[in-house]
Structures are given as C-alpha cells and as structure tokens.
Design a protein around this ligand. Structure first.
Ligand SMILES: NC(=O)c1ccc[n+]([C@@H]2O[C@H](COP(=O)([O-])OP(=O)(O)OC[C@H]3O[C@@H](n4cnc5c(N)ncnc54)[C@H](OP(=O)(O)O)[C@@H]3O)[C@@H](O)[C@H]2O)c1
Length: 284
C-alpha cells in the first residue's frame, strides 16, 4: 500500500521517538505530535483541526496513559485517555479518511494461559490499564474498517527509563536486585517494533496483530541475559516470586504473544542493537 504521510501521536514517548526517527529514515513524511501538541483530553474538534492541518494518510496512535500502577489508583483518568482519547482519534481518522494503527498491549489478556496468546484469543484484562487499552481497541473496531490493532509487550528503548535500563544501572552500581522469576512475557525493542509497524501498515492487511520480538523470558531470566550481553556480573540478582511483590495493579503473569507469520527478530538480537545505542548515549 503506497502512502507517504504519517502522523504519530505520543511522539515524545519511548516508542513514539524511535518510530518517528525510523519512519523519517525510510523517507516518509512524518509528523510527530507530542502530548503538549496533541493532548487527548482536549475536545474532539480541537484535536481534529490540529491533525487535519497535516493531511495524514495514516495515523499511528501511540499516545497513552501508560502508568500501570497509576491507572489502578486513577482508573478514570486512564479510561479517559486510553478509551475516550482513542475514540476521538478513531473518529478523526474516519472523518479525514485515513488509516489508523492503534498500538495496544499484552495487558488485554489475563495471563491464565500457558501457551503464547494469538490475536484470536479472548481478551480479559486484569487491571485498569489493560481494561482502558482494551476499550480503546473496541472504539477503533467500532468506528473503522481500515485499522490495524498492534499488540506489543515489555517494550524498551533508549528514550525513556525502562526495565533494561534499570537492570544495567543496578549492575553497574552493584545494587542488589530482586527480580520476579514467575512472570513471563516477550521483551520487545522499540527499534524492531518500529520496523514491524512499517512492514504491517504498508501491507494493506487490516486487522488485529501481535507484534513482539521472538522469545519468551521471565523478568529474572531477561535480567540475567541483559547483564550477560553487556558483560556485567549477575551475582547481585536474586530471583523471587511474583507473590513476594506488592504492586498496586495485578499483572497477567503469562503474557507471551504469538506474532504468527510476521517476521520478527529474536529479542537477544534486538537487545544487542539496543545496547549499542544505550552505551553510545551514556558515553556522550
Ligand atoms: N511500554 C510497554 O512495555 C508497552 C507494552 C505494550 C504496549 N505499549 C503501548 O505502546 C504505546 C507506547 O508506549 P510507550 O512505552 O512508548 O509509553 P510512553 O513512553 O509513556 O509514551 C506514551 C506517550 O503518550 C503521551 N501521553 C500521555 N497522556 C497523553 C494525553 N492525554 N494526550 C496525548 N499524549 C499523552 C505521553 O506523554 P507524556 O510522557 O508527556 O505524558 C507519552 O509521550 C502505548 O500505547 C502503550 O500502551 C507499551
């Protein structure tokens, strides 16, 4: 599918920043709108005027309220941004005749399965963040025929603090770390996800997809692999059960996603690419 004009919401976020850079590097015309430039809490008409100015052919809606424990404390705010805000973006996409790609999450699932979730599996969110993102999906489906729902998980990228960075900092400072070993998912680099998003949305095969790097880990085995890949000791890392932690929000303890026939790199290959970027950044 040939189009040129992308618009990315949440462009200052961890994924948004990498996605805008990636798409520009591929020669697309890309407008990235930050939270300040496009606040989903603003009225629909105002958002529509802002977006219409850029005449996008496709909107990648990455903006979201992403604080999982915060959403448990303020579910109304999460719902207003992730459900109602996504509804506004879907209405705008419909009215302007553009395609919508909605970035969604493994947290739409309850984690009760022990084999990777496919797009056909039934969502059943177990926390307020997951519920708000799932309602966002439903808004997109209700309003549009030409949409991509792109579920991803356990994201890390150089532009925001994330689990990989937490592990690297802990290892370099020699801090003892206790990491969950019975919570499994698919770690995914924002760089490889950006490539997957471009591949999918230019395919014309609309629908719901799972888009993660290949491989499944517990947080603990991921932490070990991060240290080993960076040449750091793992002696300071201790495994612990999910039950030993007191998060405000319940997590789906198994949320490995099946990307189907989509070509995705192994997460350890992506990790190497991330580590190169990360160490370049910290040595500056
Ligand atoms: N991180 C993960 O592990 C993960 C996993 C699965 C799916 N996802 C999904 O991937 C997408 C990108 O996530 P991310 O990890 O890049 O998160 P992020 O860094 O928090 O990016 C989200 C962006 O949305 C913006 N935002 C928040 N409230 C907004 C509002 N009212 N109006 C407009 N923009 C608003 C944030 O701006 P401020 O920071 O200025 O508030 C931020 O720039 C999200 O849709 C998320 O649900 C993430």
């Amino acid at each position: 599918m040939a189009f040129h004009n992308f618009l990315v919401t949440g462009a200052n976020g961890m994924l948004g920043q990498d996605l805008v850079t990636y798409l520009k590097g591929k020669g697309y015309s890309v407008t990235g709108l930050s939270h300040q430039e496009l606040d989903l809490l603003k009225p629909l008409d105002e958002l529509k005027r802002t977006i219409a100015r850029y005449e996008p052919e496709i909107i990648i809606h990455s903006a979201a309220y992403t604080n999982v424990d915060g959403a448990e404390r303020d579910p109304e705010l999460a719902m207003t941004i992730n459900k109602d805000g996504s509804r506004k973006i879907a209405v705008i996409a419909r009215d302007l005749g553009c395609i919508l790609g909605y970035v969604s999450t493994d947290f739409v699932f309850d984690g009760a399965q022990n084999i990777p979730y496919t797009p056909e599996d039934r969502p059943n969110p177990v926390n307020a963040y997951g519920l708000s993102k799932y309602y966002g999906e439903l808004m997109v489906k209700e309003l549009l025929d030409s949409y991509y729902i792109m579920r991803t998980s356990w994201l890390y990228g150089v532009h925001r603090h994330n689990f990989v960075q937490y592990i690297l900092e802990g290892a370099r400072q020699g801090n003892p770390l206790t990491i969950v070993n019975d919570w499994r998912g698919s770690p995914t680099w924002t760089g490889s996800l950006s490539h997957m998003i471009e591949q999918l949305v230019t395919s014309g095969a609309f629908g719901t997809y799972h888009m993660v790097d290949e491989g499944a880990e517990s947080k603990y085995t991921q932490a070990l692999a991060i240290c080993e890949s960076a040449g750091l000791s793992t002696n300071h890392i201790t495994p612990a059960s999910y039950k030993d932690f007191s998060f405000s929000a319940r997590r789906p303890i198994y949320s490995v996603l099946d990307s189907g026939t989509l070509a995705t790199p192994h997460w350890k290959t992506s990790l190497q690419a991330y580590l190169q970027q990360y160490f370049q950044q910290v040595s500056r």
